[in-house]
Design a protein around this ligand. Structure first.
Ligand code: ADP
Ligand code: MG
Length: 140
């Protein structure tokens, strides 16, 4: 089933200069990038995006990390894209991430973990329009 998911190359990965390598893995993984842009989030934008985590102890630190530099949100499309992108990302904590995953190879810590991916269709339905208007998404 063709599905869309929201991916972000997080500020740590952009700062390290591995955004291109991560995009190559996305394309080699059979995803189509329907939308992408480089943005530098404000604190309010990061807090809104991660509102689901507002009661977690790491919320403030996470929002600060996500605003430390530019990041690259993207809309990915492919068969079973939500689960497949999370598989390619690897576990939240890179110490637990499987060999060959993006987080295993590029993450620095459980917080600075290189990439984001929607975790369910309802989440993608919130996250994709958080960053992209319909006219910025290019179906093909
Ligand atoms: P995922 O990104 O794998 O879906 P979560 O949704 O649980 O993980 O958490 C969102 C983000 O918050 C993580 O990707 C990571 O950047 C950060 N995070 C999660 N757990 C922790 C933690 N225990 N300490 C610091 N940051 C965390
Ligand atoms: Mg999550």
């Amino acid at each position: 089933m063709k599905q869309r998911t929201l991916a972000i190359i997080k500020p740590d990965a952009v700062a390290k200069g591995v955004a291109g390598k991560i995009m190559a893995r996305i394309e080699e993984g059979g995803f189509t990038i329907l939308a992408a842009k480089l943005i530098h989030m404000t604190d309010a934008q990061a807090r809104g995006f991660y509102i689901v985590h507002k009661d977690k102890p790491f919320y403030a630190s996470l929002c600060s990390f996500m605003t430390q530099g530019p990041c690259i949100p993207m809309v990915l499309e492919g068969d079973n894209a939500i689960a497949r992108w999370r598989d390619l990302m690897g576990a939240t904590n890179p110490a637990n991430a499987a060999a060959g995953t993006i987080r295993k190879d590029f993450a620095s810590s459980i917080e600075a973990n290189a990439v984001h991916g929607s975790d369910a269709p309802e989440t993608a339905a919130f996250e994709i329009p958080y960053f992209f208007a319909s006219l910025e998404i290019h179906p093909r």
